[in-house]
Write a protein that binds this ligand. Structure first.
Ligand SMILES: [Cu+2]
Length: 153
């Protein structure tokens, strides 16, 4: 006697047909992605605070965006070069939304309010990813010893 268990593996098709490169193994599933850190962003007319975010290392981060202004704002994260765009949708004054995105080393990201004209009025900022290389401390090439032996001995 054998029981045939039919696994519905073929039915587990990913719903998102975006142009992601694939191969990373990480999907944009709403659950299960471990968030390294949650960054708080405040929006108002017309600025983001902070306007520069530095992530210590690559990975998935959450951005909790609070609208502290008086009109509706929204929040978009975009990689330089176009890919990996995350949009919050409208955020009403006084409320907040959280978006998650995965950041790669060596890529710079832009965050902004996509509502008409807000970006050009100052609601834009930069997300930097640390880790491989970009430490921020510029080290002088210090290995050289200047061969100037003090004369006069
Ligand atoms: Cu705005």
């Amino acid at each position: 006697m054998r029981v045939l268990a039919i696994l519905p593996a073929a039915l587990l098709l990913t719903a998102c047909g975006g142009g992601y490169g694939g191969g990373g193994g990480s999907s944009n599933a709403p659950s299960g992605g471990s968030v390294l850190r949650t960054i708080q962003i405040s929006e108002q007319e017309y600025s983001l605070s902070p306007s520069t975010v530095t992530l210590a290392k690559p990975g998935t981060y959450a951005f909790q965006v609070t609208n502290k202004g008086k009109i509706t704002h929204a929040f978009t994260i975009e990689a330089s070069g176009g890919g990996n765009e995350v949009q919050s949708g409208d955020i009403q004054p006084g409320s907040h939304k959280t978006v998650k995105s995965t950041f790669k080393a060596g890529t710079s990201y832009e965050m902004y309010c996509p509502i008409d004209g807000h970006k050009s009025q100052g609601m834009a900022g930069t997300i930097r990813v640390g880790g491989a290389g970009g430490g921020g401390t510029t080290t002088n090439p210090g290995g050289e010893s200047t061969t100037s032996s003090t004369p006069g001995y």
